[in-house]
Design a protein around this ligand. Structure first.
Ligand SMILES: *Cc1c(COP(=O)(O)O)cnc(C)c1O
Length: 450
């Protein structure tokens, strides 16, 4: 009988992250200072980030060493298991081989601690005492709270209000790990107060919460900011996912035709796919598909241009696919996929035709999530279920065409703190939002021309 779980030993946790900037045919255009429209320098960024992370952000080194202190904490859940989805394959009657890398085994239940831990480590080393950050559905905030407690850093989290109300359990997890949590928009920052004045019922957005956390960090000496996705160093840290998956597939003599990840800001997709894109740059044939929600279709419907990373316009201009920084997506349950933009790295790769993207509505996504849970047991995060939908569709296409492809997807997290969303789906209350074409058009029309 072939293995269901393909496991590595702790010694086989990667010792280096893979930096895709060493191999990309076109590097993304640099972040620009909003006032001067000139590339931002290390000094601009050092107000909110430690120099070690700024160096990683612009590094041209292909391999970057993972500090021993970080690898030691990684041993709490890494290497993450790679599963062969035998029961899902059988349920779909597909000749395809489906594998999934399961990142839900981390203490926070998602891939996000893979970067929260090194970010806490480098900040601590730089003498920082406190981290301010934002969270959408709560996965990033809880990952940062976890990493903060491991290194003795104070953590303050601005949590998108719609999730703060829908998902109290993650707030409680953050507080258990010692963090302070404010619903965003909050009354403790200027950006938050301004948003509440304009609309007291503002449900919040990731972009707005970023504004609050950046403002907090920029106005305090002892405080830095930490971002859970989008930036180059975040995607770098997440490459442990794909590096491990490659070794695990090697153990069973397999290699993916298609690598799939859901895409909010791009970190878990980059994490699983970049080590395989390394092979693609060196002649191997492999497809990578980023999957997003139809109600926040950044890659598939956005424009490739400079935009702010946040709603209030406090961050540098980032070159990326965007729906416009003040686009407020509908309150879908995959809160982690409600960001208006995407990582510059993922955006550039998509623009250059190196990766693919597709979008799904949330009922199709939950249908896939439930089919997966029934076959494989694990109840997946709503975000991850976008990747499951795409993997299932590819496997069904294999059945139609009689092809035996190898499909790898990232199960970026579990859904045990998202059961309210399943309750809505099971009771028929989950709705598909139409693609908000007009609102996206309005938001894009307001963008500055650079
Ligand atoms: C945050 C999150 C995502 C989306 O973020 P990316 O940076 O695009 O990976 C996806 N899945 C889970 C489980 C998450 O917590």
């Amino acid at each position: 009988m072939s293995e269901t779980k393909i496991l590595l030993s702790e010694r086989e946790i990667p010792s280096q992250w893979y930096n895709i900037m060493a191999d990309m045919p076109t590097l993304p255009r640099p972040p620009l200072h909003p006032a001067t429209k000139q590339p931002v320098g290390p000094d601009d960024l050092s107000v909110i980030f430690p120099m070690s992370l700024i160096e990683q952000e612009v590094s041209a080194e292909r391999w970057i060493s993972i500090p021993d202190e970080v690898r030691e904490i990684y041993t709490l859940w890494r290497p993450a298991p790679l599963y062969r989805a035998k029961r899902l394959e059988a349920a779909l009657r597909t000749p395809a081989r489906i594998y999934y890398k399961y990142e839900g085994v981390s203490p926070a239940g998602s891939h996000k601690p893979n970067t929260a831990v090194p970010q806490a480590y480098y900040n601590k080393k730089a003498g920082i005492r406190r981290i301010a950050t934002e969270t959408g559905a709560g996965q990033w905030g809880s990952s940062m709270a976890l990493a903060g407690t491991m290194f003795g850093l104070e953590v303050t989290v601005y949590m998108v209000r719609v999730s703060y109300n829908q998902k109290p359990y993650r707030r409680i997890a953050m507080e258990t790990w010692g963090a302070t949590v404010h619903p965003s928009p909050s009354t403790v920052t200027n950006s938050g107060r301004k948003a509440l004045e304009a609309d007291p019922g503002n449900p919040g957005s990731l972009g707005l919460a970023i504004s609050e956390a950046v403002e907090d960090a920029a106005t305090r000496q002892d405080t830095n900011y930490a971002l859970g996705s989008v930036l180059n160093h975040v995607l770098l840290h997440q490459t442990v996912i794909g590096l491990e998956a490659k070794e695990q597939l090697k153990l069973v003599g397999d290699y993916p035709d298609i690598v799939i990840g859901c895409c909010g800001g791009g970190s878990n997709f980059g994490g699983i796919s970049f080590p395989f894109l390394y092979d693609k740059f060196h002649g191997k044939e492999v497809r990578a598909i980023a999957v997003e929600p139809l109600s926040c279709p950044t890659l598939t419907k956005g424009e490739f241009r400079y935009d702010f990373g946040d709603t209030a316009g406090l961050t540098p201009f980032l070159m990326m696919y965007t729906l416009g920084h003040d686009f407020m997506p509908p309150g879908i349950h995959a809160g982690g996929l409600r960001y208006h933009g995407d990582s510059s790295l993922v955006s550039q790769l998509y623009h250059d035709g190196i990766i693919e993207a597709r979008a799904y509505g949330q009922t199709a996504v939950f249908e896939a999530a439930v089919a997966f849970a029934k076959a494989e047991g694990i109840i997946p995060a709503p975000e991850s279920s976008h990747a499951i939908r795409a993997a299932m569709d590819e496997a069904l296409l294999c059945r139609e065409e009689g092809k035996e492809k190898c499909i790898l997807f990232n199960l970026s997290g579990h859904g045990y703190l998202d059961l309210a969303a399943y309750s809505d789906y099971l009771s028929g209350k989950l709705v598909d939002y139409a693609y908000p074409e007009e609102r996206i058009k309005e938001s894009l029309a307001k963008l500055p021309v650079i």
